[in-house]
Design a protein around this ligand. Structure first.
Ligand code: SF4
Length: 445
């Protein structure tokens, strides 16, 4: 399997996705496309004839990780699989990747991966295989239909790209302008996923709540999915505060299958920093928005994203972030140190924050977040809720599923299986998961 100029067409493949759920979704679509081309999945990268590294560009560490992963694909006998770099690093760095390492055969961006079969043929012929085009005609029209689903939960991308241009973010440059997929295509794909065994669908977009088609908004789409038989649960991520419509907030109040969970990034609690980030909302407008969401669905689990150490962030700015987190009491929150990204305005800003200051702030923020997450989980003890079984637990006979609030629940349920919706009483809570006891009620998959 030593690869000279021309390469053997691969028979087996391995797709490894990094980063966000949209990359996971793209990775699944690429795998389904390679299956449709007659290739078969290999257990892991080293054994595969071809490896697709579906990359994330959101932070420096993530981007650099690609090159170390590529290096690890060289086998002891010096041979290597055909290597394709896909995703946001492919889009951002393009031909530079092939200049940095001769081990890469294909570079393909997130809007062009429907052309992977053709790129494989080109690479096999030893020709240039690079495509970071953002074609007008969407890839979705070319991708094969969704097959039987390996899990009871599925992702469904409905919107891509972003027009917000937060000053620290590469997404508008790597994923392009906001595009909403057509209503019919989404409904058809949702039906195929449910026919394929999915009981829960998470609608995805970089700004999923900006989705719109022919005057309809995300809430209309959610209400249509709510009428879909055999679909039990609906979730959506990732949203922007400025696109939370009245219709979407109302849907949290009266759409039964819409789960009580909202991921709504804010990044900072300080207005001067929100301005410097070009977030186009204030601390106060964000908090008032959450009040309206909680009024519609009082038990909702709120989740957020935070960046510490954004250029010019003072101690006072950081205290504002901490106090916002305390005020909201998030069920989950993801927090990161600011990472300057090439080509973004913030990377050239003055007053970059020292790494040790970022470390100290991140520690303090994460301590608060973990405490709030534990408090949210402990408040669930004593509640009765439905759990969708997703996988076996670590202990014999144990199963793991998700609560409506997206918490992991460990339960012993004789006779229950993956895909079943079971009713449990929550009996104990830890920072990252809950323990439940079966009440006896079960809706089989
Ligand atoms: S809204 Fe999100 S994806 Fe868009 S630029 Fe801001 S951080 Fe990036």
């Amino acid at each position: 399997m030593i690869h000279s100029k021309t390469k053997t067409k691969p028979q087996t493949y391995h797709v490894k996705s990094f980063g966000c759920q949209m990359n996971v979704y793209d990775g699944e679509r690429m795998a389904e496309m390679l299956d449709a081309q007659g290739l078969t999945p290999a257990a892991d990268g080293v054994d595969a004839d071809m490896v697709v590294l579906n990359t994330c560009h959101i932070r420096e560490k993530a981007a650099e990780k690609v090159y170390s992963d590529i290096g690890r694909l060289r086998r002891d006998d010096g041979s290597r699989p055909m290597i394709a770099v896909a995703g946001c690093v492919a889009q951002a760095e393009g031909a530079e990747i092939k200049r940095r390492t001769k081990m890469v055969d294909i570079v393909v961006g997130p809007q062009a991966y429907h052309r992977l079969p053709d790129l494989i043929d080109r690479a096999a012929r030893g020709e240039e295989a690079l495509d970071t085009d953002m074609p007008a005609a969407s890839k979705f029209g070319v991708l094969p239909g969704r097959p039987k689903q390996p899990r009871p939960t599925a992702f469904l991308t409905v919107q891509e790209g972003c027009d917000k241009f937060c000053t620290y973010c590469v997404v508008p440059y790597t994923r392009g302008a906001e595009i909403s997929r057509p209503w019919d295509a989404i409904i058809d794909e949702a039906k195929a996923l449910v026919d394929g065994g999915a009981r829960e669908i998470t609608l995805l977009g970089q700004n999923v709540n900006a989705w719109e088609d022919d005057g309809k908004g995300l809430h209309d789409l959610i209400r249509a999915l709510d009428r879909m038989e055999r679909l039990e649960r609906i979730r959506y991520t990732t949203s922007h505060p400025n696109d939370m419509s009245d219709g979407l907030i109302a849907a949290h109040g009266d759409v039964e299958k819409l789960m009580p969970y909202l991921h709504l990034p804010v990044q900072s609690g300080s207005d001067p920093i929100l301005k410097a980030m070009n977030r186009s909302h204030t601390r106060d407008s964000y908090l008032r928005l959450l009040e309206r969401v909680r009024a519609a669905r009082p038990d909702i689990a709120l989740s957020g994203d935070f960046i510490v150490g954004f250029p010019s962030e003072s101690d006072t700015d950081f205290e504002q972030t901490l106090s916002l987190v305390r005020e909201v009491g998030y069920a989950y929150a993801f927090s990161f140190k600011y990472s300057p990204r090439p080509g973004t305005p913030a990377a050239d800003m003055k007053n970059q924050i020292a790494p040790e200051v970022m470390d100290e702030r991140l520690q303090r923020l994460q301590a608060q977040i973990v405490a709030d997450q534990l408090a949210f989980n402990q408040a669930t003890v004593g509640k009765r809720c439905k759990v969708l079984i997703e996988k076996p637990g670590r202990k014999p006979g144990q199963l793991v599923g998700k609560s409506p609030w997206l918490q992991s629940v460990h339960v012993y349920a004789d006779g229950a299986k993956i895909g079943d919706m079971i009713e449990v009483d929550i009996v104990s809570a830890g920072p990252n998961s809950l323990a439940g006891e079966l009440t006896g009620k079960k809706e089989a998959a």
